[in-house]
Design a protein around this ligand. Structure first.
Ligand code: SF4
Length: 690
């Protein structure tokens, strides 16, 4: 029996596995994050094994015929190395790009970043985590000087008096976490859910607000306006622990509830109800400042619904301002956090697979950081490239005159998960060489030139960092099929063929030790964490269990407050596209579905279009009818689901299947480069049976 962790989301629930080839999942009651609870994805995770679709030999595609040919590993790696050399001979080091993933272990993310900067010498590396929580990461760094999704254990949620969930459907996306909501409410706490749809999370809430998609920022401004007006802000805290408050206070002066109602569609009375709830009972009466002990502990958590917008970073900053104004950040049971999505969404953004970053969450343009990391790697600081393009910008440059002509993809199914996916797929097809490491023939692997079959999840050991900043160890539990290799082997094999000036370790623990040295002294410092400590302690928080109790990570120890403005979505409904489209997840599927769609125990019903009865009535649509949804970028047909739980002006489509992201908008947040997955303008028509 091996203790390990779920292959999917950022909760990284603990579980036990028995059996060396076809494992069985059982509860690991002692692991504190989930205490034995798993969602149906976790319970069925062993279904990832035994699939006939598992790739066990490197494959090369003949572009003329489209046929695949099995080749040896040596042949495959030689071909990839030759393709890389050809691309770089033509275009220089940046002729080759690397695309990683937020599901890769810390060791893989670290090695991939090092491989790009040292073995390839390219600046062109980024990853799909850019599309996950980068807006919250950007806002956290600006506000607190540090980005750790939750700067406290998830269980602290239970100690909040008021929990405000902005754009999170955690009851479906990470069901074991919903137990914290239940306990919070059992002790008298209240939950607020802000989401254009009423979801199972909303069913656990005391107040559900359903704003127009893309207007969460305006709602935060309106709440802060009311907190100021009622004297509910903590002036002592603001004076002692923050900078920028005066500008922020002035910036919300004109955000009366009636104006908020016009922008967000939320009634002014409900905006007042939310402000009263977070400001405490006294906030509703005379302008008598409350004392900290009288105030409710307020916790604000954002997730993709708030973050995946062209205004995502500012939206998060606006909600951070609310938490800071209440004096809650650093208070146990209060504050602000981001519910990261991907399994290693946190660690994946710390160790150098981001375009602008070196290990330890260091900036790649920081001379001291470059000197430190170069020293660990045994190269000259000047030999390291500078920052490259962000994920979407990188993909959009593929095959262009000044973009890369070869790309290596690990841990990402871009064809399904990229915004404006038709355009992105075209760009991938314009590459001279596309190499994909995967366990199955994913939609992205299917258009590659070379596919390298790699080990997955319980077939290998490695660390992940969950949404709390808790570094955990996924231990190898089963024997991989012959013919597959670890991503670490692929990186080392290619580095050797490319005459890398340094070697790449293939043993995960050895890589982790090196990662620790490279991260030492950085914002995310892993230098004191070891595999033994993780085993002994059941996980280790980097930076400590709780952050910001007495100081923030900026040099002056204060949090920064920014006066942000409501700008709205990049694309709003008009005569041609009169409704909002928003996207998200369903309980039984995970991300691009490359894994979960192949687990037989999980229902794979395909995409659907959720719409309100009033819209359905106008179109003459009932549940089960086929509808065609179109945006300026593409269209798809799917069955309708008529529900009363969505706004009448909005439709929802889950994104686990090909098609949904052909519709979504590639407008980017200027700070984080997050695409606007969560809202665009769409049209809908009934497709009658013929
Ligand atoms: Fe796995 Fe996330 Fe489900 Fe836990 S909540 S079992 S980590 S998918």
């Amino acid at each position: 029996m091996t203790t390990t962790h779920c292959p999917y989301c950022s909760l990284q629930c603990g579980m036990r596995l028995t059996g060396r080839r076809t494992p069985e999942v059982s509860a690991w009651e002692e692991f504190p994050v989930n205490r034995g609870a798993l969602c149906r994805k976790g319970w069925s995770a062993a279904g990832l094994y035994g699939s006939r679709e598992r790739l066990t030999s490197p494959l090369v595609r003949d572009r003329a015929t489209g046929e695949w040919m099995a080749v040896t590993w040596d042949d495959a790696l030689d071909r990839v190395a030759a393709g890389i050399r050809a691309a770089q001979a033509e275009k220089g080091p940046d002729g080759v790009a690397v695309f990683g993933g937020g599901g890769l272990t810390n060791e893989k993310a670290y090695s991939l970043g090092k491989f790009a900067r040292v073995a390839l010498g390219t600046s062109q590396i980024d990853y799909n985590g850019r599309w996950c929580m980068s807006s919250a990461a950007s806002a956290g760094i600006r506000a607190f000087g540090l980005d750790r999704g939750l700067p406290f254990p998830l269980a602290d949620v239970e100690e909040a008096d008021v929990l405000v969930l902005v754009g999170s459907n955690l009851a479906e996306t990470m069901p074991p976490a919903a137990r914290h909501l239940d306990r919070l409410r059992a002790r008298g706490g209240r939950v607020v859910v802000i989401d254009p749809r009423r979801t199972p999370t909303g069913d656990r809430a005391d107040l559900v607000l359903q704003p127009v998609p893309g207007t969460d920022l305006a709602l935060a401004l309106g709440v802060l306006h009311l907190l100021v007006a009622s004297g509910a802000v903590d002036e002592d805290y603001l004076a002692a622990r923050t900078t920028g408050w005066a500008d922020v206070r002035d910036s919300v002066a004109a955000w009366w509830p009636e104006r908020v109602e016009r922008v967000t569609g939320i009634e002014a009375s409900e905006v007042r109800a939310l402000a009263a709830m977070v400001g405490g009972p006294e906030a509703r009466s005379a302008r008598t400042p409350t004392t900290p002990s009288e105030r409710p502990k307020v916790m604000v958590l954002t997730a993709r619904g708030a973050e995946q917008h062209s205004t995502g970073s500012d939206t998060v900053l606006a909600w951070i301002n609310v938490a800071l104004a209440l004096g809650m950040v650093g208070e146990r049971g209060g504050g602000y956090g981001c519910l990261t999505g991907q399994g290693n969404g946190q660690g994946g953004r710390e160790h150098g697979q981001k375009a602008d970053q070196l290990p330890g969450y260091r900036r790649i343009d920081d001379p001291a950081a470059r000197a430190h990391v170069a020293g660990v790697w045994g190269v000259e600081p000047d030999s390291l490239p500078g920052p490259g393009r962000s994920a979407y910008e990188l993909l959009d440059a593929c095959g262009t005159d000044d973009g890369p002509s070869a790309m290596l993809v690990l841990g990402s199914n871009i064809v399904v998960s990229a915004p404006n996916a038709t355009q992105v797929t075209r760009r991938l097809e314009a590459l001279d060489l596309l190499v994909v490491c995967d366990v199955v023939m994913s939609e992205t692997a299917a258009i590659a030139d070379v596919v390298l079959p790699v080990t997955q999840w319980a077939e290998e050991t490695g660390t992940m960092t969950n949404l709390e900043g808790r570094v955990i160890l996924r231990q190898k539990a089963i024997t991989p099929p012959s013919g597959v290799r670890s991503d670490l082997d692929v990186i080392a094999g290619l580095a050797a063929r490319l005459a890398s000036p340094v070697e790449f370790a293939t043993d995960p623990e050895e890589v982790f030790t090196e990662l620790g040295r490279a991260s030492e002294g950085g914002p995310a410092d892993y230098s004191t964490i070891t595999y033994d400590r993780i085993r002994d302690e059941g996980g280790v928080f980097w930076g400590g269990e709780r952050l910001f109790g007495s100081t923030f990570a900026h040099p002056d120890g204060r949090a920064r407050m920014y006066a942000v403005e409501h700008r709205g979505a990049a694309e709003v409904p008009d005569d041609d596209y009169p409704i909002h489209l928003t996207t998200g997840r369903v309980l039984a599927q995970y991300q691009s579905g490359a894994q979960t769609r192949r687990v037989r125990a999980l229902p794979d019903d395909g995409p659907f279009v959720e719409l309100h009865p009033s819209l359905a009535g106008r179109l003459g649509v009932v549940t089960g009818d086929q509808v065609r949804i179109s945006t300026r970028r593409g269209s798809m047909t799917a069955p309708a689901r008529v529900v009363t739980t969505i706004r009448p002006d909005t439709v929802f489509v889950p994104f686990h299947w090909v098609g949904t992201n052909r519709l979504t908008n590639d407008a980017l947040d200027p700070a984080s480069k997050m695409p606007e997955f969560k809202v665009c303008a769409a049209s809908l028509v009934h497709v009658p049976l013929v």
